[in-house]
Design a protein around this ligand. Structure first.
Ligand code: SAH
Length: 352
């Protein structure tokens, strides 16, 4: 009984002060009842509504290559997964996805891929320039991993304005448990800082329930993100992929992910917060629940149907058989059903 009152007061203070002392944040995250969670989602929704209302921003995700030089232990398109059928979209195919997306009301295109050096800086810049030329009222977001600062400068120069690079975990020991030894959290953070200095709207984030993750690590992530003040924060449950070293691990929890979405909204009131495909994969209404817990972005897939089933970061990924138009319509219906409206707008971050 006493615990209950404690958590309500923690949620109220988190809302007022946008943070909580570490012990209390940990206690809240590890002891929430269903009723407390609903209260938390309500507060997070109020804050989201204050800044963004009931408009949900759409981002069209174009998964343009699944070649990857990295070997992240959790990821289905890691280098050593021999079973992955590799593909690359041509420039024409990418532009075609954008044209289709534009007609469907998308005003942000997210180019995501493995770290595929076939796509040199020049190639990426040429693609970004062409998209910006054809669709000057649209934003281009890149999500292509770690590159030198000069590459990021060139991308920005070419017209890319946003970059998604999840930090994955801020704890160096945990980072090493999820990644091949040549990758470091130091370089990841270097990339994030470079991107922000250059002028990108930057997104970081992590998986929930990744192998070896502890409450302590998650708290580190929360305080790191509050301090870093990203424009966007992408989180979703870890989902095992059979052909990776983490194939038999347990997937991240639905409630844990929703709790964290809400806490992130309260800690970062103006941040852009997607209800991710991974969340939609672990529960048929996962994305709706994410929005109701404080998220305000959805990222339907715009990749050509022929390649969708090949961009398998994890098992069971949803929407791999649908046309872009279907995904768009489906998303609109889903959002309308819960009292939200998908916006045809660039949807820039209110974080400065
Ligand atoms: N190469 C790019 C894009 C990576 S894919 C980059 O490095 O940023 C985008 C995100 O998918 C990753 O950042 C990771 O957090 C998430 N992801 C990868 N494998 C996953 C899995 N098995 N379960 C859930 N999310 C996963």
């Amino acid at each position: 009984m006493e615990r209950n009152t404690e958590n309500y007061s923690r949620i109220d203070r988190l809302r007022e002060e946008q943070t909580l002392p570490r012990e209390e944040m940990g206690a809240l995250l590890s002891s929430m009842t269903k009723e407390e969670a609903s209260y938390l989602y309500g507060k997070a929704s109020e804050v989201r509504d204050q800044h963004y209302g009931k408009e949900v921003f759409l981002r069209g995700l174009i998964e343009f290559t699944n070649y990857c030089r990295n070997d992240c232990l959790y990821c289905g398109i890691r280098r050593s997964n021999q079973k992955a059928q590799r593909y690359r979209l041509t420039e024409e195919e990418i532009l075609d996805c954008c044209d289709k997306g534009y007609l469907l009301g998308f005003r942000t295109f997210v180019l995501q891929g493995g770290e595929d050096l076939y796509f040199t800086d020049e190639k990426i810049c040429a693609i970004v320039r062409k998209i910006r030329q054809k669709h000057p009222d649209c934003a281009v977001t890149l999500s292509i991993g770690e590159r030198p600062r000069e590459s990021y400068e060139a991308f920005f120069e070419a017209g890319a304005e946003r970059y998604l690079l999840r930090h994955e975990t801020i704890n160096p020991t945990h980072y090493k448990m999820l990644h091949p030894q040549e990758l470091t959290i130091e370089n990841r953070v270097r990339c994030l800082k470079d991107l922000r200095e250059i002028g990108f709207q930057v997104g970081c984030g992590m998986m929930v329930g990744s192998p070896y993750q502890t409450l302590d690590y998650l708290l580190d992530d929360l305080y790191f993100m509050r301090e870093f003040q990203p424009h966007m924060i992408g989180i979703g449950p870890f989902i095992p992929h059979a052909d990776t070293p983490f194939g038999d691990r347990t997937q991240g929890g639905l409630d844990d992910t929703l709790h964290l979405l809400a806490v992130i909204r309260l800690m970062n009131p103006r941040v852009l917060l997607p209800a991710t495909t991974a969340l939609g994969t672990i529960h048929p209404l996962g994305r709706e629940m994410g929005i109701q817990a404080g998220a305000n972005v959805v990222m339907p897939n715009l990749s050509p149907t022929g390649v969708r089933g090949k961009y398998m970061l994890y098992d069971g990924k949803i929407c791999t058989g649908d046309e872009a138009a279907e995904c768009r319509r489906c998303m609109e219906l889903r959002m309308e059903k819960i009292g939200f409206h998908v916006a045809t707008a660039r949807g820039d971050s209110l974080v400065r």
